[in-house]
Design a protein around this ligand. Structure first.
Ligand SMILES: [Zn+2]
Length: 610
């Protein structure tokens, strides 16, 4: 019986032998092997188990040595290299504190099945990188382009964690910060937006006030080199001076409030877009004087209100150590597209009203939040019951709560950079009491599960001239088909496609047993195991139609359809309708998405009688 533990070791030993042989062949002789003790001494935080030391003369006449290093994951994992004869850490980019080189992104095009070739290739690349560093041209360039990486190496473990909501761009300006007292600082552009974010994030009572302080954002002309990183608060003044008048003025304004700890964000444009770094001053921390009394160094000798501005600046930005923090961006542009997706910005400006937060509407609303719709307004008059839990975005914790209110609360806490509200009433009350809310929307999505409610919304939409798109969604029996109807300013209204009994004329499925009495859409038999899963296709269909209608609006009303797999439909006792067979033939396998034109006629809502 094979020993399963030993198998990877055999593979490793075989690959290591191949590497050793390849090094002899390529480099003209055996290379110095590192002992286990050498490896532990030189790389205590790594798990290297085999290593070779390889020397070469560089173009500046200096002989330098590189270690080729293998861990147990080799050959499925790549080897690493390290520069033995190196300058102090952060003098050269791409070299970690223990000398290990950062070349791995370049290894993607190497065949991992040839361990010898991989090793030789890596050693070659490493010496070429060293030559470039000796030459010097890439040193400053690479430090600046990837400044966040190098700032990360130099950050302090006891510095505050910083979440930033600020817009990462010029000019230098005063921003607001809030501390949770446990080492977290949240920075926002202004008091109102910061309070809104905190209220949602901490699920606090609306109207709660938050104690915030001024903080500084210094926008740098170019990223700092490691040699320019501020060490003491006094180092901030020349950095601000080089960044312009407004930078220096910002530091002055923040200091004049004499905060205990001053947070200074520094931002710059790197290769991958803007980045933020943060420092915290420690000048104001209470110290014990020689007599043992607690002193407040910022205000010493003055009463608080009397400290002259130039003294406040000199004392806040004194030669006392700074704490360096990495900044985690939590602003909307970063969360929805890492700041790189041009579709994020318009969606963040949009308002979508979702009417009906049942099994379909609740999940569509969650999708729209993830898509980064800036303002979501949710409406539903129902409470969540236990029978809803199996297919609703909310679960057991929310049973007995208003669906829309509770869903909005949960989504707001998860997406505090968006504006999400919920009201416990349905379509009729919305039209009667808050029609202005509908008019302010860029899109209205109805997943009401009620033809009567949809009909009422349609009449209002027609009366208002159909100026904004309405999207209606429902599922057929067993979620075997989904419909997303977008009613635009031209083409049919919703009622145009609805028959005299109030049910849509176009049905994708037929139910010989008579199960498909669709008096209430979206209400099919979801208690079947596949129901909740199948419903996901319908949810995606609707979310897709809504985002599409916002990003690439078309005037003409249209319908998107999701059709389940035919074998699933048959298993549930259904058939495709005559209309589906007319579209896709007698041997339709199902499992597809399609669109059709929404019909136009002189209906009682929009036609001559209207
Ligand atoms: Zn019509």
């Amino acid at each position: 019986m094979p020993n399963r533990e030993a198998a990877p070791d055999i593979e490793f030993e075989r690959a290591a032998l191949v590497v050793d042989a390849e090094l002899r062949t390529e480099l003209g002789g055996p290379q110095e092997q590192l002992s286990a003790a050498d490896l532990t001494a030189a790389y205590p935080t790594r798990r290297f188990v085999r290593g070779w030391r390889i020397g070469a003369d560089c173009s500046d006449g200096i002989h330098r040595r590189i270690d080729l290093l293998l861990s147990r994951t080799f050959p499925s994992g790549f080897p690493r290299t390290a520069l033995v004869d190196r300058p102090e850490h952060m003098t050269w980019p791409h070299i970690e504190h223990d000398g290990v080189l950062c070349l791995l992104p370049l290894m993607a095009d190497v065949d991992a099945e040839k361990p010898g070739a991989v090793a030789i290739n890596l050693v070659g690349r490493s010496f070429r990188l060293i030559e470039e560093l000796v030459d010097g041209k890439i040193v400053d360039r690479d430090f600046r382009e990837e400044f966040l990486t190098y700032w990360f190496y130099g950050s302090d473990s006891d510095a505050p964690r910083v979440y930033s909501l600020v817009r990462p761009g010029p000019p230098s300006r005063v921003v607001r910060s809030w501390r949770d007292g446990k080492g977290l600082v949240v920075v926002g552009d202004d008091q109102a937006s910061l309070e809104k974010w905190l209220t949602d994030y901490r699920d606090a009572a609306p109207g709660r006030s938050w104690r915030t302080e001024q903080a500084a954002l210094i926008w740098l002309g170019e990223p700092l080199l490691p040699s320019e990183y501020p060490v003491t608060a006094a180092d901030l003044l020349p950095i601000a001076e080089r960044s312009g008048e407004d930078a220096l003025a910002t530091l002055g304004t923040v200091a004049s409030a004499l905060p205990e700890d001053t947070l200074v964000l520094m931002g710059a444009e790197g290769r991958g877009g803007p980045g933020l770094m943060a420092v915290t001053t420690t000048s104001a921390r209470r110290v014990l004087s020689r007599t043992g009394r607690v002193e407040r160094p910022l205000t010493k000798g003055f009463r608080d209100a009397e400290v002259p501005p130039e003294w406040a600046i000199a004392r806040t930005y004194s030669p006392t150590p700074l704490l360096r923090s990495n900044v985690a961006r939590a602003d909307a542009a970063w969360i929805h597209g890492r700041g790189q997706d041009p579709r994020s910005a318009p969606l963040l400006e949009r308002t979508v009203t979702v009417i009906g937060c049942g099994s379909v509407g609740s999940s569509v609303a969650a999708r729209l939040a993830r898509a980064g719709i800036g303002r979501l307004r949710l409406y539903d008059h129902d409470e969540l019951s236990w029978s809803n839990v199996g297919r609703h975005e909310l679960g057991a914790r929310s049973v007995g709560q208003d669906k829309a209110v509770e869903l909005a609360r949960r989504l707001a806490a998860d997406f505090p950079h968006l504006s999400i509200t919920g009201e416990p009433f349905g379509a009729h009350a919305l039209i009667t009491l808050e029609a202005e809310r509908l008019r302010e929307s860029d899109l209205v999505l109805a997943a009401t599960g009620s033809w009567q409610a949809d009909g009422e919304l349609n009449r209002w939409h027609v009366d208002e001239g159909r100026q904004i798109p309405f999207v209606y969604g429902w599922a057929e029996n067993h979620a075997s088909a989904g419909h997303a109807v977008v009613i635009g300013p031209e083409g049919g209204c919703l009622r145009c496609g609805v028959g005299p009994t109030g049910v849509p004329m176009f049905q994708a499925t037929a139910w010989p047993e008579g199960e498909a009495t669709l008096e209430e859409p979206a209400c099919g038999n979801h208690f079947q195991p596949y129901g909740a899963v199948e419903l996901g296709f319908v949810v995606d269909l609707l979310a897709d139609a809504a985002v599409q209608a916002l990003l690439e609006p078309t005037n003409q009303s249209s319908e998107s359809l999701w059709l389940t797999r035919t074998n699933r439909l048959y298993a549930n006792g259904g058939n495709w309708s005559e209309q589906i067979h007319a579209m896709f033939g007698e041997h339709f396998e199902g499992g597809r998405w399609t669109t059709r034109v929404w019909p136009t006629r002189e209906c009682i809502a929009c036609g001559a009688e209207a």
